[in-house]
Ligand binder design. Sequence first.
Ligand code: SAH
Length: 385
Amino acid sequence: MRSDYGCSSFTHCWYPPLDLPVIPSAAIPGAAAQNSGDDVDQRIHLLDLDVDQLRSWLVEQGQQGFRAKQIWNWIYQRRAATFAEMTDLPKKLREQLEQHFVIFRASEVDAVCSSDGTDKLLVRLFDGGEVECVLLRDGIRRSICVSSQVGCAMGCVFCASGLDGVDRNLTRGEILEQMLRLQSRLHPDERLSHIVMMGMGEPLANLDRVLPALDEARSPEGLGISPRRITISTVGLPPAIDRLSKHGVPYNLAVSLHAPNNELRTQLVPVNKRIGIKAVLDAADRYFEANGRRLTFEYVLLGGLNDSDDCAHQLLGILRRRNVMLNVIPYNPVAGLPYVTPSSKAIADFKDILVSGGVNVMFRQRKGSEIDAACGQLRRNRQSV
Ligand code: SAH
């Protein structure tokens, strides 16, 4: 983990800094692209704009404003990746759009598909940063798991995403581009049904871009996915959880707990040292009060570390009086890390204690494990070849 992003260098704050750099798009008025060498495409990333911003641009160019919705429909519903496909637009306008904007600004450097219907993409951003995103097919569900940052600053010891720290926040457009790239892998009759912000990075450390991207994802003119089918997963940053509560859109909140006491949680999730479980639970409770959405707690089960009967009983003490779903995820091994997946018996025993204590427990299937689908693993494994 890179120490320059850790809390240690920010003595005045008790939670990780939320102001990481983002590479601004030329689309944002007054913002010039950083890192803009001669080889970088200077066109505006259209996905950084909302439909009103595109409408203003069109009107400035002497075009009709209604074209904005037409273009949005092509991109978000009809899955167009180029302006050339937008055949009901005048040819001159298509050429003008092509000169000023790019729809997909990144490139796919790897795509791996697993026999259980999981596709994982490794996407290279215009500045060389790489992030992962995943499409999961499960019955009629078509869920996507999307990244919010290049790397991660949270330093969870078992997670591949944060092993090299964090480089930067993703832009609105880069978050949406992952969604559109995954959507384009579906059969034309299939629709995306669920979004989870559970890829690389800490979404609550990049809310300024995650929330606008999700606004587009839930907008009827965008992807049209109900916020009730969108989950934001967080390590648990109380001020940002409170901001999300005030935002007032009923997204599902998943809190990565991973341990039932401060000593163990700080060992597994180092940012816990400055925050503490109580502050995380209180903020989660406030989110539930504000939105009425049942909370999810995530618990990665690590053999011999947090899978004991004692841990299960302590966890029961925390969760039994709360209206929550506990999502237990058997550890997905990361090459080079010393952690192990618990035995089937240890997993079953852990589950029994919680279920018999009245907690709603879901044991996440390891979909996509054959293609390194846990966060950050594909990127990591490619770096080491
Ligand atoms: N930063 C956010 C979202 C990204 S991680 C968060 O902490 O919630 C999404 C989930 O995957 C988290 O619960 C994380 O702890 C879990 N995870 C990370 N690496 C894993 C691994 N190797 N095996 C199983 N789960 C993992």
